[in-house]
Design a protein around this ligand. Structure first.
Ligand SMILES: *[C@@H]1O[C@H](CO)[C@@H](O)[C@H](O)[C@H]1NC(C)=O
Length: 341
């Protein structure tokens, strides 16, 4: 990140002119030279350093252990991308739906459901002045209301490129199978997600449970984990539409091998990583709402292990293959409970 050379600048300039975006995310200038942008506030007028500049400063000086850990994560992601990401199609603006924009602070946050994204949306609403007071007090439905926070997909190519070059981009990821177990529990195993059960549960039961009871067919309320996995692995599932965002792979939502993320936060170290991001933003007094307690984190791990216990090695292997990129890109090791051989 600290190394800049004229070639990169030229690349950046070329990218700015490109109509189809986004291959230009790697060469990002750290000191934006455009003073006359209409975006206006704070650091753009030179009064404050942007979060991206703050990160750059951290990387120049003696690094704290936390800053060093983040630098290593970024490097690992970059190496894993060059090793494993195959040639990919060009991104279109609508691929950037999950990247939320805070123009006031110069932030891009790619949200991954089941990874504290409600709380991050609350924090962004509070930061951007769209909601006042303690982020914890913002109701979840308000945080998730469409259009409350602008997304990169709402902008044109030039505006997108400009933000990609100069804003601090971050995302938060989680151990892929714990995230999947959490999605299953939240959307299928618990009784309160009726809309989800009606939409996806009925579909899963109709397709995958021969001789299902009429009540199950009508309500979709009792999908078993094995059925949910069979639905994920069924080639018909993704033929018409992508996975629902709650179980879509993080790399498919956030494109970490195409966009350059400056901070890769992890659910497993949510409190420290959130504080690191908020420190770069320079938002003293703003605290990330209640990260999970150690006991809850351990319970989530046990829950995933228990769910996978009843799954055959054949399906475990296929499911691992489906989520493999998230394991590789974000340095998660193969869960000990899997029987892959
Ligand atoms: C990757 O994971 C291993 C094992 O958990 C850990 O020791 C290592 O520090 C991690 N690397 C990075 C860059 O986070």
């Amino acid at each position: 990140m600290g190394r800049r050379c004229p070639r990169r600048r030229i690349l950046a300039a070329a990218c700015l002119g490109a109509v189809l975006l986004l291959l230009c995310v790697a060469p990002r200038a750290l000191r934006p030279a455009f003073e006359s942008r209409p975006l206006g506030s704070g650091w753009l007028s030179g009064r404050r350093r942007s979060p991206l500049q703050m990160l750059h400063d951290l990387d120049q000086g003696p690094r704290s252990p936390l800053a060093e850990a983040h630098r290593q994560r970024r490097d690992l992601l970059r190496r894993a991308c060059s090793r494993h990401a195959r040639r990919q199609r060009l991104l279109r603006p609508e691929d950037l739906r999950h990247v939320l924009v805070d123009d006031a602070h110069g932030l891009l946050y790619c949200y991954v459901p089941k990874v504290a994204c409600t709380n991050w949306k609350r924090v962004l609403l509070a930061l951007s002045g769209r909601a006042h007071g303690d982020p914890r007090a913002i109701p979840a439905h308000e945080a998730h209301a469409p259009g409350r926070l602008p997304s990169l997909a709402d902008f044109g190519p030039a505006e997108i490129n400009q933000r990609l070059r100069t804003y601090l981009a971050f995302l938060f990821v989680r151990e892929p199978f714990e995230r999947l177990a959490s999605a299953y529990r939240n959307k299928f195993a618990r009784p309160y997600s009726e809309a989800f059960q009606r939409r996806y549960g009925t579909r899963i039961i109709r397709r995958l449970r021969p001789g299902a009871q009429p009540e199950a067919l009508a309500r979709g309320h009792d999908v078993r984990f094995a059925e949910f996995l069979a639905y994920l692995l069924d080639p018909r599932t993704r033929r018409g539409e992508p996975f629902n965002e709650h179980w879509e792979r993080a790399h498919a939502l956030c494109h970490p091998c195409r966009l350059r993320y400056d901070v890769v936060g992890k659910f497993e170290t949510l409190a420290e990583d959130a504080a690191f991001v908020l420190g770069l933003v320079g938002a003293p007094g703003l605290h990330f709402p209640a990260p999970p307690r150690p006991r809850a984190a351990a319970a989530a791990r046990d829950y995933a292990a228990r769910l996978f216990q009843d799954i055959s090695p054949f399906y475990q292997r296929r499911l691992f293959d489906l989520y493999k990129m998230d394991f590789l890109l974000f340095n998660y090791s193969v869960p000990a409970y899997l029987r892959l051989h």
